[in-house]
Design a protein around this ligand. Sequence first.
Ligand code: GTP
Length: 572
Amino acid sequence: YPVESIRNFSIIAHVDHGKSTLADRLLEITGTISKTDHNKQVLDKLQVERERGITVKAQSASLFYNHEGMNYLLNLIDTPGIQAQTVANFYLAFEAQLSIIPVINKIDLKNADPERVEKQIEKLFDIPTDECIRISAKQGTNVEKVLQKVIEKIPPPQCNTADPLKALVFDSTFDHYRGVIANIALFGGEIAKGQKIVSAHTKKRYEVNEVGILTPNEQPTHKLYAGQVGYLIAGMKEVTEAQIGDTLFLYKQPVEPLPGFKSAKPMVFAGMYPIDQTEYNNLKSALERLTLNDSSVTVHRDSSLALGAGWRLGFLGLLHMEVFNQRLEQEYNMSVILTAPTVPYKAVLSSAKLIKEHGKDQITIINPAQFPDKFSVSEYLEPTVLGTIVTPHEYIGKIITLCQDRRAVQKDMLYIDENRVMLKYLFPLNEIVVDFYDALKSLSSGYASFDYEDAGYQSADLIKMDILLNGNPVEELATIIHNDKAYAAGKLLCERLKETIPRQLFEIAIQAAIGKKIIARETFKSGSDKYGGDITRRMKLLKRQAEGKRLMRKIGNVEVPRDAFIRVLKRE
Ligand code: GTP
């Protein structure tokens, strides 16, 4: 396949709009997979992806396609869909002058209205209505047109096989038997088994054991050439050896490394601790492997008086965090304690002592335990995002109220057709990370869409709130919160925690506190069990369950489910 016959492309769409289904149809049409595997999303490989129906991990595949007598090699990169950032991604692609092919999916649905969607796309993105391809990924309608447009509109990669090898590592996974498998894109030269290569990042040298293409499973080939996308196995044993964004070149033929990737910015941080400190090392190696597989997660060592040695992890959002946790359980058999998520706040320090300690006068706070009190701070700052909501107009009133409740400031309101409105709001990030999307969906019967992008920091009146059980702080429930919201949030947290912890043999005081001041209290009475039955028998059962699954941890003498915060925040 000469470079002129290669096309590299990816599908960008909102969660649930049908990316994976479209990718499957493309694989079928090109004969990459057989039609008999219908409905089975081939690119969504992980158990968690099948269960949740979302793409977590980008998967690539090479498709072979004959069009008007020419053979083409089309490399599809399936992108993860766990961020609501389609609009922002559109503008990134637009600014990078990439070719954009607009596709309207699900035209088979009874209430599909492609004319209207085309007009909206024209109004929002300035794309002429006749450029949109109307498809049904489910039924296969017009999917072939998508391939033809990919060939016509996307230019072949600009690179040369005669140049020295220049390979970008854009993904890597760990295989228990074969070590690190690096997914690479060749920007120059060629690569084959037996060649010696060097990592620009680590400067380490390797011998190539195997190269090949992804169809989407690894299929060995003799060589990979400039413009191609494929995989490489080269005896990399440590997960840190194949960093995403690294450049590989031939030994003694060094090249200028590629710029790599701007790393995704974590928006949500949480502490992660082994339930039992003896599991620390096992959890450490599971984390290393899983983060190699999901490079958008950041990891810093951390420790806590109550929870011992652990980590502070950064995620793209709450769903990303839950999925990561689920993967740790399913793929690595690890059960952990997660703390309440927090966004990255900042503090402008006024205390000379703290400034000296940190070597700077502004710090980022990703752990409530490190929240400096107001006497040593001249200003707190919180991250904000610019949110775009598109909704049928009948829901505007409710949505505006919701946004105001979330401390958001309206920036724009525009009718994109006679029935649909686009609202733009500046949101404090912490107001949207947990349940904003769910709230929006439920009050608009699922019709409103939400998309957001980073919008910098703003001044905020913040405090740290602790949750106490019989006077002992529940470290994983400590949060940084806006002052105006502390009372209501404290009350709600106490009420929900009361519903979450199992009944115990003694009375428990559940309190929310700011410093030494108690701002909310619930009392959890001992005695008869609300579920009926003999309480000692129930306790025994709970205990057995706790030992079996190790779901509980002790705070003082109170047993608390280890995922208390997720349940408390999500009202499960
Ligand atoms: P994420 O990976 O979570 O971003 O989702 P996705 O965009 O990959 O969507 P996916 O392909 O998983 O499809 C979401 C849902 O829409 C599934 O239930 C599909 O069966 C359905 N779907 C996809 N394409 C079509 C279509 O053309 N018509 C109809 N009726 N349903 C479709």
